[in-house]
Design a binder for this molecule. Structure first.
Ligand code: BG6
Length: 486
């Protein structure tokens, strides 16, 4: 299958940090279709050769095993070329059209890894130069807008030029192997589904914590914040994967229809829940991995009086028969105690306790997404004959630990590799439909509006911790706690 993959923003951070290394892995695994060409588009005046050299230099920063040796790079580099473009100028698109016309392909993928403010212009110009043919696919990187109105404006503009089946909205969390295994666990096994409901589950916790701060993205992050950067997209997609009904088949729209229903069933905010169930924080100076790190307000590109949140913890519910009354907690933040993404399903205690279970502990299933990728099922067992208080036998916590990295090893495919291969293959399952995205913005907007009117601002937390204490207090009010507090 011959393809042309065009990276708008071809000299940008995402291309060299994530996309090129992912393509290289696909190439190395032999899964990149033959006959491909990768075209970087940028403002710099570069020849194909200079672009290849630039990518090669950048590859030197890629983690050890994933880095190509020079012979491998030389073979991969043969796929790379470069077109200089000013994305606001129609004549630039003519240059791209000429380059694309050099050969016959089955598909042309336009990957927009630029500022979202350019999405509309690029789509209009692609249409004006006849580059929106039926064999074209367009990939849109987040953030797709800043709020519901801007998201809709982008979706409308793109929708005027491309059909929904040609539009691939990326949420890289959906490409993570752990998330695909969550779908496999739920819908490829009969074991958990009968338990997957309010009668058996006490609460669900989604944690996505990072050790890194805003790095060099202070300018971008200032007007974004954790709610838009992580909750509106990644966290809500994870929540959908956990809470959705089994789809009628494995086709993209069957899956997306079910996710949409979850988003529509998210409990609407009230003034009380906005105050009590949403906590925002901002990191102050602290220590991460034993090294002192500055406060968010002292980061490059950040205002010294910034009120941008670098941490969010919230509680919500899903108003349907399966989930009514079960709290779903989401928390995410930068400069936290460790880098982790996991989902905890906490089951209800036994209805009648004849043994002595350890205080505060319950059966739980932990779905690890990163850095480890696997499942952990926490149970109780009788390891010793010691009697508990009151004479009953004391149980000890034990767990079944399934490590997918160990099990599948080198067969594992990274998130961007998976998603890029899916785009080339035309598979939309792991991409987000416009109505899902709009529904997610509709739910997030009242929080944004509440914060705009709230003079208090985010609560400070020391870098290297699990966020402000209000986050623990929020969950404690329901009689639960975050896992590290057990
Ligand atoms: C991105 C956010 O979408 O996800 C970043 O813009 C964040 O701020 C990143 O660091 C986290 O992704 P991952 O895969 O490292 O958890």
């Amino acid at each position: 299958m011959a393809f042309d993959l065009v990276f708008f923003g071809g000299t940008g951070d995402l291309v060299w940090r994530k996309l090129m290394p992912a393509l290289f892995q696909a190439y190395r695994h032999g899964s990149l279709p033959e006959g491909g060409r990768i075209i970087g588009v940028g403002r710099d005046d570069l020849s194909d050769e200079q672009y290849r050299q630039q990518i090669q230099t950048r590859f030197e920063q890629v983690e050890g095993e994933k880095r190509p040796n020079s012979e491998e790079f030389a073979r991969f580099a043969a796929l790379l070329c470069y077109v200089r473009m000013d994305l606001s100028k129609p004549e630039s698109y003519a240059a791209l059209a000429a380059r694309l016309a050099e050969r016959e392909t089955d598909h042309v993928v336009m990957y927009l890894s630029t500022a979202p403010s350019l999405f509309t212009t690029v789509c209009e110009q692609l249409a004006a130069s006849g580059l929106n043919t039926p064999k074209t696919r367009i990939v849109l990187e987040k953030p797709l807008g800043h709020d519901l109105a801007s998201n809709r404006a982008i979706n409308t503009a793109v929708g005027q030029v491309f059909k929904e089946q040609q539009i691939f909205r990326i949420d890289h969390y959906l490409g993570k192997p752990g998330v695909q295994n969550l779908f496999a666990m739920r819908f490829g096994n009969a074991l958990f589904e009968p338990l997957w409901r309010r009668e058996h589950i006490a609460n669900i916790q989604i944690t996505m914590s990072e050790e890194l701060g805003v790095e060099k993205r202070g300018g971008f992050y200032e007007s974004t914040g954790a709610l838009r950067d992580m909750v509106q997209n990644h966290a809500l997609q994870l929540l959908c994967a956990i809470a959705m009904e089994p789809p009628i088949n494995a086709h993209a729209d069957a899956i997306r229809d079910e996710k949409l229903k979850v988003l529509r069933a998210l409990k609407r905010w009230t003034p009380e829940t906005l105050t009590q169930h949403v906590i925002r924080g901002q990191y102050a100076a602290g220590n991460v991995d034993g090294h002192p790190v500055p406060a968010y307000r002292d980061e490059q590109g950040v205002s010294p009086s910034s009120n941008t949140e670098t941490f969010v913890a919230l509680r919500t519910e899903i108003a349907n028969w399966r989930w009514a009354g079960v709290p779903f907690y989401i928390r995410t933040g930068k400069r936290m105690a460790s880098r982790e993404a996991h989902i905890e399903i906490n089951f209800r205690p036994t209805p009648h306790d004849i043994f002595k279970t350890p205080v505060g502990q319950v059966n739980k299933l932990v779905i690890h997404l990163q850095p480890k990728d696997g499942l952990e099922l926490h149970l109780f067992a009788q390891g010793q004959s010691k009697r508990g208080q009151g004479g009953g036998a004391a149980l000890s916590p034990v767990h079944l630990d399934l490590d997918f990295d160990k099990r599948f090893g080198s067969e594992r495919v990274g998130a961007y590799e998976r998603l890029l291969l899916d785009v080339l293959d035309g598979r939309l399952n792991l991409f987000v439909r416009s109505d899902e995205q709009e529904e997610a913005w509709r739910w997030v907007e009242p929080i944004l509006q509440h914060w705009t009117a709230d003079p208090v601002g985010p609560r400070p937390y020391a870098a290297g911790t699990w966020g402000p204490s209000a986050s623990s207090a929020m969950i404690a009010r329901d009689g639960f706690c975050w896992s590290e507090e057990l």
